[in-house]
Ligand binder design. Structure first.
Ligand SMILES: NC(=O)C[C@H](N)C(=O)O
Length: 322
């Protein structure tokens, strides 16, 4: 009988209507209550542990460490066959990606949530939770390690993104699509991630910020980050890694101040790559010691950088290749 550990963190999937305001409030429904209403395969056994109870936009780097410790404990428990983590959708892509960087593959860790609260008409809370548990109990999911289940689809954390702010088809996998499906009690995995590097985080995650560039952006936020002595910076540039001379000068100041700088692109697909020789772009950023973030989106690059710094790893463009 597969034993699935259900770890809960809050989010809409744990919400009920506040009797006074009528608005959704997280943490009013427990994992036990949710799991009690599912139509699971008879031989699945569930045990529930509440880790935290917050809207996911309030999750902190400290919370990520707490979540990681709880997941690792379950991964290392021989009595547990698979893990499901329920989470708010706003930062689900970030927490799942973080976990994929710190939890070695070998046991299924399925992250899920819902766009509509469990009491709302057409809620996706029970369907997603049931599918996530079914996936976590499937042998094929163990090989993926950390995955995301949403609206019947299985995603890899590296590419999953909340693409819709309200409807139940809230997540997409970009150009790489999805890994498989859960249809009732049937799990089908069509593809596995080709690359899986994990790191051993020691202690806290360091402060790493994202600064987004657009037409006419200057370096005031970069200088502010330098003043705040952040350890890492992700500069989200345009296209293949382009900004302007003011940003380039700011990047230089940041690198000189000992900050690890990673350059990402606002585009959804395509690499940051040296293609032009001009002073406000990736060719200059690289000469000045910034790291090429490849196809990483800024939120994932931020977490990868924070994890690598916390693990005491040297950060190079090679680390952002896949
Ligand atoms: N659908 C959701 O879960 C959104 C919610 N605000 C959260 O991220 O916690």
């Amino acid at each position: 009988m597969p034993h699935i550990k259900l770890l809960t963190t809050g989010g809409t999937i744990a919400s009920k209507r506040d009797p006074v305001t009528g608005l959704q409030q997280t943490g009013l429904i427990t994992g036990e209550e949710l799991a009690g209403k599912l139509d699971l395969h008879d031989d699945i056994r569930i045990s529930v542990e509440e880790i935290i109870k917050v809207s996911s936009s309030a999750i902190t780097f400290e919370n990520l460490i707490t979540i990681k410790d709880a997941v690792l404990e379950a991964v290392n428990d021989d009595d547990v066959d698979g893990i499901v983590l329920t989470h708010g959708t706003d930062t689900l892509e970030e927490t799942s990606y973080f976990l994929s960087q710190v939890i070695p593959a070998g046991k299924a860790v399925v992250v899920t949530g819902s766009q509509r609260g469990p009491e709302l008409i057409g809620t996706d809370a029970y369907a997603n939770l049931q599918d996530a548990i079914t996936l976590a109990a499937d042998e094929g999911a163990a090989k993926i390690g950390v995955s995301v289940l949403f609206n019947s689809k299985v995603f890899m954390p590296r590419f999953v993104k909340k693409v819709n702010a309200m409807n139940v088809d809230g997540f997409g996998g970009g150009g790489t699509g999805y890994l498989g499906t859960v249809d009732g009690h049937d799990v089908k995995i069509y593809q596995y991630p080709a690359h899986n590097s994990t790191y051993k985080v020691q202690g806290e995650l360091p402060e790493v910020d994202i600064i987004k560039c657009a037409l006419g952006t200057d370096a005031k936020f970069i200088d502010c980050a330098i003043d705040h002595e952040v350890e890492g910076l992700v500069i989200e540039t345009m296209g293949r890694g382009h900004a302007n001379d003011l940003v380039a000068a700011g990047v230089r100041r940041a690198v000189d101040a000992g900050i690890k700088v990673v350059i990402t692109s606002a585009s959804d697909d395509g690499d940051v790559k040296v293609a032009y020789d001009f002073s406000g772009g990736i060719s200059q950023f690289e000469k000045d010691g910034a790291v090429n973030g490849g196809t990483y989106d800024s939120k994932k690059a931020r977490l990868k950088l924070a994890v690598m710094l916390a693990a005491g790893e040297e950060v190079t463009a090679e680390d952002f290749k896949y």
